[in-house]
Design a protein around this ligand. Structure first.
Ligand SMILES: Cc1cc2nc3c(=O)[nH]c(=O)nc-3n(C[C@H](O)[C@H](O)[C@H](O)COP(=O)(O)OP(=O)(O)OC[C@H]3O[C@@H](n4cnc5c(N)ncnc54)[C@H](O)[C@@H]3O)c2cc1C
Length: 483
């Protein structure tokens, strides 16, 4: 028997570890272990917890089609999960435990513990990225610290050898196993997943996000069919539905990055990532998927990124004199800068925020309010339905100029100009800030300049961007001089 330990890879299609277990021709049992204490330490958002919870039932159904039962249990933390998975493997006489690797430090420690704890064979697989961390290096054999050369090398590798989608097959003969577990489950633990299973982590409704596998694949298909060709033109306009919105599924592994690439190539009837059949929209979208892998690769080489440290050493000397009141206003979407506030309200109400606006609000928090990126990173994780440690940490450090960015720290977004450029008519702003619905286009990005501003129940800008920009430049210069 083979035991498959599911984590953030909640799908049966194109699942490397699962298929390896199935390929043995032995019976396969799947297990999922909820670990609320570890999740709390990682600031897992209640909305993503709900998405995971709902997705588990879909996974259970999909696994049943393959003759694989899904066991479920809750313990406190990762350490206990190792103990329980080892015990479960022994109880059912597993020959091997398989799982897909996660690259964050606590997750790697958990897997190391499993290796040292178990007498049986343990095998981890690289599944999360298109190319595994550590496999794309520069000529000196070192990892890339800048995205563009990474991408070049990465795409060259993909052109030589595009990892295929793993074909999913059913376990040949295991209905007896399912029955055995059912008979045993009265006394034994873990039990089959059921609506009575304990899932004590706080949940907040994620109903607006589908969880059914077919429906998720349909979203990918629709994006590739209807929107990807214009992605390069429209992806920065938050009022349009121009991006894929697949991040919630990629984050919990309900969809794989290989499935995304395979589908987008198929839609262009191309076989190669460099095919001339691929238009600019597809190229730009694939670039974004490469960003996702880039941040995963960085974690592999820089465990300090999982410990709250800055990627760029000298920026550790930065001062962050921002205030708690300013942080609270930013969180609520009450800064007085319409594009920032609209974005934060989108996050608070839906668990998702447009990529351009993630950059805008992150720049605003760190460079206009001088608040440490840790505070923004944590708040995002607590709210995002697509929270992913590597992408979130990478995005925050990039925005705060403490991370991997080819641009120097004096790139500081002007929130008014960003609004004017990417939401020119204020459609996005009016959607999320009804208080501003009467403001004419001319003033929608600077309502404080409108003659009727007095009639608005909306705050004045809490800081002056121009002055705060100067302060940021000085703070960075001070840190640099200090090194
Ligand atoms: C401060 C900040 C925090 C972020 N936090 C997260 C996070 O917690 N989880 C997360 O998935 N993304 C994060 N991102 C990246 C990006 O904003 C989202 O992936 C994107 O907005 C998701 O929408 P989409 O699925 O429509 O993306 P699309 O534009 O359709 O892109 C397709 C996929 O590529 C990946 N991707 C796109 N852009 C990036 C990027 N810049 N970095 C890494 N991966 C990317 C995502 O998996 C995304 O689903 C963050 C960016 C910033 C600036």
């Amino acid at each position: 028997m083979q035991l498959m330990w599911f984590r953030r890879d909640l799908r049966v299609e194109d699942n490397t570890a699962l298929q390896s277990a199935i390929n043995t021709q032995q019976a396969v049992i799947a297990i999922y272990v909820a670990t609320p204490d570890s999740w709390r330490n990682h600031h897992l958002s209640p909305i993503q917890a709900d998405l995971i919870y709902r997705r588990l039932f879909e996974l259970q159904q999909d696994l049943a089609q393959l003759n694989i039962p899904l066991l479920y249990m809750e313990v406190e933390n990762y350490q206990q999960s190792v103990q329980q998975v080892s015990d479960c493997a022994l109880r059912y006489g597993a020959e091997r435990v398989v799982f897909n690797r996660e690259y964050e430090v606590n997750e790697q420690d958990r897997d190391d513990l499993l290796h040292s704890h178990s007498a049986i064979e343990i095998q981890g697989f690289d599944d999360k990225c298109l190319l595994p961390p550590g496999s794309v290096l520069n000529k000196q054999g070192q990892y890339f610290k800048v995205f563009t050369p990474f991408k070049r090398a990465y795409l060259a590798r993909l052109t030589e050898n595009l990892p295929p989608v793993v074909k999913t097959t059913a376990v040949r003969d295991d209905s007896t196993n399912i029955l055995d577990i059912k008979a045993e489950q009265k006394e034994s633990y873990p039990a089959l997943l059921s609506p009575q299973s304990v899932f004590s982590y706080p949940r907040e409704s994620s109903e607006r996000y589908v969880v059914n596998s077919k429906a998720i694949r349909q979203l990918l298909r629709e994006f590739c069919h209807e929107r990807v060709d214009n992605y390069h033109n429209d992806r920065d306009k938050p009022a349009l539905n121009a991006t894929s919105m697949l991040s919630p599924y990629l984050a919990i592994g309900a969809l794989s990055v290989r499935q995304c690439v395979a589908r987008v190539l198929y839609s262009a009837q191309a076989h190669q990532i460099t095919s001339p059949l691929l238009g600019e929209g597809i190229h730009t979208w694939i670039s974004e998927l490469v960003w996702r892998d880039f941040y995963q690769h960085l974690l592999h080489f820089e465990p300090k990124l999982c410990k709250g440290q800055n990627f760029v050493q000298w920026t550790e000397k930065l001062n962050w004199p921002g205030s708690k009141q300013h942080l609270a206003a930013w969180q609520k979407g009450m800064t007085g800068y319409p594009i920032v506030d609209a974005a934060m309200r989108q996050l608070n109400q839906t668990g998702w925020m447009h990529n351009r606006l993630r950059m805008v609000v992150a720049s605003f928090l760190t460079k206009d309010l001088h608040i440490h990126w840790h505070d923004g990173e944590r708040y995002f994780m607590q709210k995002l339905v697509d929270g992913d440690y590597a992408a979130n940490n990478g995005g925050w450090q990039w925005s705060a100029s403490t991370g991997c960015d080819a641009q120097p720290y004096f790139r500081i977004f002007n929130p008014t100009a960003q609004g004017e450029r990417f939401d020119p008519d204020g459609d996005f702003i009016r959607h999320w800030i009804p208080e501003l619905s009467a403001v004419p286009n001319k003033f929608i990005h600077q309502p404080w300049r409108w003659e009727n501003v007095i009639s608005l129940s909306y705050p004045k800008p809490m800081v002056d961007h121009k002055s705060e920009r100067e302060i940021t430049l000085r703070l960075f210069q001070d840190a640099k001089d200090f090194q």
